[in-house]
Write a protein that binds this ligand. Sequence first.
Ligand SMILES: NC(=O)C1=CN([C@@H]2O[C@H](COP(=O)(O)OP(=O)(O)OC[C@H]3O[C@@H](n4cnc5c(N)ncnc54)[C@H](OP(=O)(O)O)[C@@H]3O)[C@@H](O)[C@H]2O)C=CC1
Ligand SMILES: CC(C)(CO)C(=O)C(=O)O
Length: 302
Amino acid sequence: MRIMIWGSGALGLLWARRLHNLGADPVLITRTGRQRDRIREEGLIVTDDRGDVHRCSVPVFTPDDRLPRADWVWVMVKQTALDQVREQLNRACGPDSEVWLWQNGWHPQWPFTEGTWYWWNTVTTEGALRESENRVRHTGVGSTWVGSLLSPTGGPELKRLPGLDRWVFPDPHIRDRIWTKLAINCVINPLTAVWGVKNGQLLHCKEFPALAKGLLREAVEAARLQEVCLSFDTLWEQVQAVCRRTALNRSSMLQDVESGKKTEVDFINGAIVRTGNKAGIDFALNREMVERVRDVEGTKGK
Ligand SMILES: NC(=O)C1=CN([C@@H]2O[C@H](COP(=O)(O)OP(=O)(O)OC[C@H]3O[C@@H](n4cnc5c(N)ncnc54)[C@H](OP(=O)(O)O)[C@@H]3O)[C@@H](O)[C@H]2O)C=CC1
Ligand SMILES: CC(C)(CO)C(=O)C(=O)O
């Protein structure tokens, strides 16, 4: 069973070690030759959730190397790189390959259908932080769900990798789960990025409750347009719970802003705005978040 992890960032490095431990045959893909060579020379180093440090080595390539065929390709790049990777996948996918998409947010062309391969979407509540080219820290133990956006009964055969079912669960309603996470992210991510605060600090900001509830109301309405039924009250509870549980974390959007990278805002708040636009509705608060995050993107050095 060969699983190719396309994208050697936080999630990719975390899962490479986990798959290695499960006895799978993981292969990592890095964007740059520099990261590939570093992982080849030094291995990858994972600090687990208890603070113990583990080292392991796995085969690693760049997309331009000659790639082995993979049974499953786990695409673990940000949404901002997904279109580029999509065009490169035939370098590793055969007719029977299955592609798992691990991104937060909603891509405007989902569900993907190109190629002969199956496309699966996942949602994960794991937390991982990349500390260097070959080092990652497991910051939060969570679970992962996988399913098909096209058919509730579709999904990968998880038994192909014994032990995987400890972390990954089939979900016939993966669209609902994606939109639930997107709704939570549409509040926490832009506000932490724009105000420059950690997740827990949001709860102490005076403007937070009104703004968060306004963003959530729009998210619930957008989800309805995507045929997903979300409960506003449940989401508001979940947002506050995530802020408390991850109080000391810098959201992924804040981290991207701080390191001068493009954020995933177009696929989170932007997905809500686009869904509204198609129905002739202006989701003004989410639109404002897209604009405000774009304003701070690129203002900090790399
Ligand atoms: N980290 C987490 O805890 C969680 C992340 N997610 C989601 O998972 C996705 C991945 O997140 P995360 O791992 O944190 O992101 P990272 O930015 O840490 O990693 C993404 C990796 O993709 C690489 N990459 C970009 N373009 C290519 C390419 N063309 N070919 C190969 N590799 C490429 C980047 O390389 P380079 O650095 O060289 O640009 C980087 O190493 C995101 O959508 C995120 O929202 C979801 C839940 C939790
Ligand atoms: C849940 C949250 C907000 C945790 O930081 C997250 O998913 C992110 O940072 O992208």
